[in-house]
Ligand binder design. Structure first.
Ligand code: Q46
Ligand code: ZN
Ligand code: ZN
Length: 328
């Protein structure tokens, strides 16, 4: 298979786009796709400060890399969850993130970086690290065991904590927007799950750009939402980004992965099915198909931390972590 643009050996063949590209041309193509999504979904501008939630995985590191190459003011935030058994998942993922930052390489001249970086002002990124066990006294598996009576996975406690810590840090440090590395496969699996259950409220709020609906909340964006997981992985490889291959040990066998497997079968039979499922959903959503389900819930400030919450008194995070005074 040859590159459509230069006849070099192709590193990827995207059947859904009928396009195969070599490493250099693929890198350029990928960056251009992300820039297009940022503009199309009005995610952010070059004047705004962006906080990228980084996990040490291919998606978030690739996203950070692309934003820096495009000259955006993008800092990173790593949340240490304290998940280190049976594999040192948290420690290894922080190491990958630090390695990425130390390596630099997004302002290089020459090679495929040239056309992307030549006319942008380089930005020196900063990495915020919030270590949950250090700040809040317990790891995610520990707080989950304590609060959920050892039932099920720690993912509910994990999701709540991550959402809270990300939003709070972004808001307190004056970032205009929080960017996450969700790719097309992630978005389609969520869409499929929400559709199976007809969770219309969730469907109404599933979007590449979620505006800050309330004081204290920041805008949330997903610039990789139209890129297949395979495409993001290929970008990381082409760019020589070292990332953590292991999934969180608590992810194995979850429903999301099961749905991803089903959707992959569909994609194999019908290339492009995932992309069109997602894009057609966005079209219908854009035409107002879910507007009636977009309820505006009244939020007020948590009496402990001041973050917006629906519950009266303490927010769900402060209740779960038994926070009775503000932890800085
Ligand atoms: S990190 Fe956390 Fe995931 Fe691990 S404990 Fe579950 S939610 S699976 S994205
Ligand atoms: Zn080429
Ligand atoms: Zn609170």
């Amino acid at each position: 298979m040859r590159c459509r643009k230069c006849d070099e050996r192709a590193v990827i063949n995207m059947r859904h786009h009928k396009l195969s590209l070599c490493g250099d041309h693929y890198g350029e193509w990928f960056v251009a796709q992300i820039e297009r999504a940022i503009e199309k979904y009005k995610m952010f501008t070059r004047d705004e400060r962006i906080l990228v939630a980084v996990s040490g995985g291919k998606d978030s590191l690739s996203l950070w890399d692309v934003l820096l190459r495009l000259g955006y003011q993008a800092d990173g935030m790593y949340i240490g969850l304290g998940i280190n058994t049976p594999i040192p998942y948290s420690d290894a993922s922080l190491e990958m993130t630090r390695k990425f930052l130390a390596r630099g390489g997004w302002r290089e001249s020459g090679g495929d970086g040239d056309s992307v970086t030549s006319n942008v002002t380089p930005y020196t990124p900063f990495l915020h690290v919030v270590d949950v066990p250090e700040v809040y006294g317990k790891s995610i598996p520990e707080i989950s065991r304590a609060k959920m009576r050892g039932q099920g996975r720690p993912c509910a406690a994990c999701g709540l904590t991550k959402r809270y810590v990300m939003n709070r840090l972004a808001h307190e440090r004056g970032y205009a927007v929080l960017a996450t590395g969700h790719n097309l496969d992630d978005e389609v699996a969520v869409l499929f799950q929400n559709t199976l259950r007809w969770q219309t409220g969730y469907l109404a709020r599933q979007a590449p750009t979620l505006p800050a609906s309330h004081e204290g909340l920041v805008r949330k964006v997903k610039p990789l939402c139209r890129m297949y997981e395979r495409e993001t992985a290929t970008y990381a490889v082409v760019r020589g980004i070292d990332y953590i291959y292991d999934e969180c040990p608590h992810a194995a066998g979850n429903q999301m992965n099961f749905h991803k497997t089903l959707l992959n079968q569909l994609e194999t039979e019908s290339p492009g099915a995932k992309l069109s499922f997602y894009l057609e959903f966005l079209r219908a959503r854009g035409e107002g198909a879910f507007d009636q389900f977009n309820e505006t819930v009244e939020l007020h400030a948590c009496e402990i931390c001041g973050q917006p919450t629906t519950a009266p008194g303490r927010c769900a995070f402060c209740r779960m972590w038994d926070v009775s005074a503000i932890v800085q």
